[in-house]
Design a protein around this ligand. Sequence first.
Ligand code: GLA
Length: 365
Amino acid sequence: MPRLFRAPGRINLIGEHTDYNQGWVLPAAIDLAAWAAFVPRPGRRIEIRSAQYKDCAVFDLDEEPVRPERRHWSDDLRGVARLLRRAGVELMGCSIMLDSEVPIGAGLSSSAAVTVAVAYGLLATSSASLGLTELALLCQRASHEFSGAKCGVMDFYIACHGRAGELAMLDTRSLEARWLPWPAKASLVVCDTKVRHDNATSEYNLRREQCERAARQLGLPSLRDAGAGDFARLEPLLAARVRHVVSENQRVVDAAAAIERVDYGALGELLNASHRSLRDDYQVSCAELDCMVELCRERPGVYGARMMGGGFGGCALALVAPECVAAMRRQVARDYTEATGLQPSIWECHAAGGVGEMEEKDVAH
Ligand code: GLA
């Protein structure tokens, strides 16, 4: 009987491009997940198949992985196996079958979900364990070292720690989270533009470099410590990047307060301001995301909307009065198709739990 592990995708209510600047984020794990089924096999080989890709990845646990010239979907998974071994975990040969409900490249952290499911499964099937935050950091390191995506910790953290019905206000400097209730009387609606941009990783790494350069020029350990007065000392491009990070951190703090006061009007305005800042100062939006956000905001019952995740395509997120969701979904889909020729996916999401093993009774269904 295979052992089956599940790790969720995520949304991020607000706090975009702040996690690699030691700032705040406000994500939740969602009810779309990646699955990894493990069957032990004799020897030292790991074989990974995925329902999403045609080719199989095979590697020997004792071989140091060479960084491939062309990117492969299994890079981070090999990386995770390597880092676990480096940490002293005795891994066994196994066959792993992957499947995922999280759309790839949509800004919902499909790759973090798969990486966390596999890392957790490798640990569990070797009868080893690691704290969930250490696991998240190990997965992040695998991404940095093996696929070259210099992402922050948010996606891995929430795939590991997610809680049903809650959002995490995460301080990415201390890695401490304050858990907030999922909005009880408003719906979070994900709007997938269906645009996938190839240059997203290189632009992402470039933004990170710009932030690091700005922090160095300001003599600060990270932009977490920057304040409004610091913009003027930088060249215009870096000043705009810093303005986004500083204002976005404040918006996360304000959004958490708005959730606690159940003030969806204020929360919606913060989402709108976040989008403007990501579009104009951080320049990580694209025409289709801007179009989707505008169309959402035109609908009755929409408190606010913004692009979500790394950007350059993927999903927008809207905060909507529950009684208006059905009409909003229909009309926005129609208008978006008319404007762009693309067929979007628009659905209401819910907060789910983090990584775990499925019990036999769940697997049978
Ligand atoms: C991607 C990264 C995250 C985060 C977001 C932007 O999802 O993986 O670490 O930086 O982009 O907020």
